[in-house]
Structure formats: structure tokens, C-alpha cells
Design a protein around this ligand. Structure first.
Ligand code: NAP
Ligand code: MG
Length: 402
């Protein structure tokens, strides 16, 4: 078979540690033999971010704006320990945070459902997709430690220099303080991204916030969603028989546990960060969760929802065998290739992406899997493979389809 040709390059963002090792294996064994792979490569590995003063992250996000589709490997977000480990000039910000701030999108996370890996929540029959607002709130906060007695105030100065002031708290002793913001534009585009994704995947949309306590901040999210729904999406929802459902986040959480799945759960930034880990682990494994950032102007950045799997990497460096699950990273590549194929009208590329997804799922369903899945599967006679062996098994399945 001739290799599948591409027209427009994918923006390829390489990353760190164990996922960087998997990245190379996936390209060599599952992509390059079949596709004339066109990518514009950006090395977001921590060493190169440090060498370029993190300019490479900004450049990769700008390239994503230019080409429209990116695929990203997991990357280290530096902390104090990483400063020494990588001899860093600065504690560089989270690349995902930088990319999200430039693309201003919504992150959709959905579990990859396979037979033999049953969710711990018995009634979850279909995937629950989390839509996480990727801008503002606690991720763009300003914080202070308050040493002692004094008054904390919220001050807004408008363009004419006029001030509005409210007392936050009269401290009588030490404490802590935090200021957060969001913008109407960003919340509107979050709402649109969610309604649009619901329409394109034909799923209901649920949204919850703490509007009873946060009568201005969270209530604004609720109001904007309602307005965007009524003005722009209600008709389409009615035609497709879809439902938009708003409730207090407490009620949403309780209902999620009783639901069957098969809908999108829109979450404010922090809720989405935390709840996506709960949903993914309840569906089986962090390594079986996909993630895509969709910007309001239709730009897509695909990645795995998990991190760089540091613990496995240190074992790998010692020459020990590792069985790290590459599935979410494979699905990041297939998501990006499928979208590129759709945008450029390359049917073979779309077909290939679907075939690789199926080959991956079928490998697991035939009882060959990595250790994380072997520990939780209901299948019998399972073969536990290391990462390389598992990728080779997928390759075998893929070749039989081609
Ligand atoms: P992690 O890399 O997601 O791993 C946490 C644990 O989950 C692992 O130790 C492993 O459990 C299990 N796990 C995750 N992915 C797996 C896979 N593919 N196959 C098998 N097991 C898997 O999170 P972390 O250890 O907290 O973070 C490591 C680094 O990743 C940090 O530097 C963090 O900044 C970064 N990070 C990056 C992103 C991103 O780029 N999107 C997201 C999160 C974290 P066992 O050890 O029990 O096997
Ligand atoms: Mg998280």
C-alpha cells in the first residue's frame, strides 16, 4: 500500500519523560509506516523550554492558530524539585496553561470505553464527556498571605479613574486572600463551545455551578449559558431532541452518580480539573482518557489527559521493564489525524485514524493489555505486555485491517 499523503502539517508538540518515550514508539511503529506524516515539530520537553526561555511553547501555540490542528505529548509542569533536576533558569509555567491562554478554548475529556474494563459506577453505560472551561478563575488568581490585622478590599478602577470598593474582610489576625476573575467573552465562548460540541456529537449538555452562594460570579456563568442557549442553540437542540440541563453543582454531582452516561458535563475550570480525574479513574484508568482543547474559532489541540508518568520513567531509566499504557496518547494522534483528514478532505486519513482506534480497542478486548488495565479488567486469560509489546500487538491488528 502507498503511504497516505497529507496536505497540511499537524503541529506536533513533543513532551517529557515516559510519554516522550511512548511518543517515539507510536510514531515509529503505528504512524510512519503507513502515513507520509507531515508535522511542524516543536520540542516542548522541559530542557528545550528552558533553553528557549519557554518561547517554544508560545511558538507552538501560534503555529496551532495558523494550521488549526495540534497533537501534544504530556509535559512536566515545573515545581521546586524540577528546578534542581533540570537546572532551570525559571520555574516555567504550565505549557497547557500557556497554550490555553493563547487559544482560549474549552477542554473536552472523554473516557475510551472498552469491553472488559467496566466503570466502578455500575450504571455508567456510556461515556461521560467533561467540558472544562480553560480560562481564568483560580488558574489566573492573585493571592496574598496576610501577616496580621488589617482590612482587605476589592477595588475596581474604571477607565475614568472612578473607584468601586467593597470590604472583603477585616482581619484581626493572620490569614489568606485570593482574587479571581473571568471575562464575559471567555464565558460566552465556553458556552458556545459546549453547545456546539453537544450538537456535533448529538449528546445532552449538563451544566452546574454554585450560583446560590456565588450570586454574581457563578450566577453570571448560569445566565450566560441560558442566554446563549436560548438565542443560538435551542432550535437545533429541539430538532435533534437534545436537552440542556442546568442545576446547582451539588445536584449535578449527585445525579451523575445515578445517570447512565452519554452526555456532556460542562464544568467551570476548577470543577473540570478535579472532576475529570474522578470520572476517568471511575471509568477505569487515567490512561484511557482523551482530551481535546477546542477554541472558539475552531482550532483543535489533542492530547492524553494524564501526565508524563514520572514513576515509570525512573524505572525505565534504571533499565527496568515498564508497562505504561499508550492508549490515550495514540487516541490523541488519531484525533488530530482524523480532524486534519476531515478539514483537508482526505478520506484515507480519516479511515486510518478510525482503523488505528479500532485496532487499539480490539487488542485490549482480545486480552492483551498493559499492567494498569490488567489489574482492573473483568476479562480472563489476560496477557500483560510492556509498552513496546502492546504497541507491536496493535501494529499486528492494524496491518490485518490494511
Ligand atoms: P501522571 O503522569 O498522570 O501519573 C500518575 C500515576 O497514574 C502514575 O504514577 C501511574 O500510576 C498512573 N498513570 C498515569 N498515566 C498512566 C499510563 N499512561 N499508563 C499507566 N499508568 C499511568 O501524573 P503525575 O505523576 O502526578 O505527574 C507527572 C508529571 O506530569 C508532572 O511533572 C506533572 O506536571 C505532569 N502532568 C502533565 C500533564 C499534561 O501535560 N497534560 C497533566 C498532568 C500532569 P502507577 O505509578 O501506580 O503505575
Ligand atoms: Mg487535574
Amino acid at each position: 500500500m502507498d503511504k497516505i499523503r497529507m496536505m497540511t502539517p499537524l503541529v506536533e508538540m513533543d513532551g517529557d519523560e515516559m510519554t516522550r518515550i511512548l511518543w517515539k514508539m507510536i510514531k515509529e511503529d503505528l504512524l510512519l509506516p503507513f502515513i507520509d506524516l507531515k508535522t511542524e515539530y516543536y520540542d516542548l520537553g522541559l530542557a528545550n523550554r528552558n533553553d528557549t526561555f519557554d518561547q517554544v511553547t508560545v511558538d507552538s501555540a501560534e503555529a496551532t492558530k495558523k494550521y488549526g490542528v495540534a497533537v501534544k505529548c504530556a509535559t512536566i509542569t515545573p515545581n521546586a524539585a524540577r528546578m534542581d533536576e533540570y537546572d532551570l533558569k525559571e520555574m516555567w509555567k504550565s505549557p497547557n496553561g500557556t497554550i490555553r491562554a493563547i487559544l482560549d478554548g474549552t477542554v473536552f475529556r472523554a473516557p475510551i470505553v472498552v469491553k472488559g474494563i467496566e466503570p466502578c459506577v455500575k450504571n455508567w453505560e456510556k461515556p461521560i464527556t467533561i467540558a472544562r472551561h480553560a480560562y481564568g478563575d483560580v488558574y489566573k488568581n492573585v493571592e496574598m498571605k496576610i501577616p496580621g490585622t488589617g482590612k482587605a478590599e476589592l477595588v475596581f478602577t474604571d477607565e475614568d479613574g472612578k473607584e468601586r470598593r467593597e470590604t472583603i474582610f477585616d482581619f484581626k489576625g493572620p490569614g489568606i486572600l485570593q482574587g479571581m476573575h473571568n471575562t464575559t467573552t471567555s464565558i460566552e465562548s465556553f458556552a458556545r463551545a459546549c453547545f456546539q460540541y453537544a450538537v456535533s456529537t448529538k449528546q445532552d449538555l449538563w451544566f452546574g455551578s454554585k450560583d446560590t452562594i456565588s450570586k454574581k460570579y457563578d450566577h453570571t456563568f448560569k445566565d450566560i449559558f441560558q442566554e446563549v442557549y436560548e438565542k443560538e442553540y435551542k432550535e437545533q437542540f429541539d430538532v435533534l431532541g437534545l436537552e440542556y440541563f442546568y442545576s446547582l453543582i451539588d445536584d449535578i454531582v449527585a445525579r451523575i452518580m445515578k445517570a447512565k452516561g452519554g452526555f456532556i458535563w460542562a464544568c467551570k475550570n476548577y470543577d473540570g480539573d478535579v472532576m475529570s480525574d474522578m470520572v476517568s479513574s471511575a471509568f477505569g484508568s487515567l490512561a484511557m482518557m482523551t482530551s481535546v482543547l477546542v477554541s472558539p474559532d475552531g482550532i483543535y489541540e489533542y492530547e492524553a489527559a494524564h501526565g508524563t508518568v514520572q514513576r515509570h520513567y525512573y524505572k525505565y531509566l534504571k533499565g527496568e521493564e515498564t508497562s505504561t499504557n499508550p492508549v490515550a496518547t495514540i487516541f490523541a494522534w488519531t484525533g488530530a489525524l482524523r480532524k486534519r483528514g476531515e478539514l483537508d478532505g482526505i478520506k484515507e486519513l480519516v479511515w486510518f485514524a478510525n482503523a488505528l482506534d479500532e485496532a487499539t480497542v480490539e487488542t485490549i478486548e482480545s486480552g492483551r493489555m498493559t499492567k494498569d488495565l490488567a489489574l482492573i479488567t473483568s476479562l480472563e486469560n489476560v496477557t500483560v505486555l510492556n509498552s513496546d509489546g502492546f504497541i507491536k500487538a496493535i501494529r499486528g491488528n492494524l496491518e490485518s485491517k490494511i
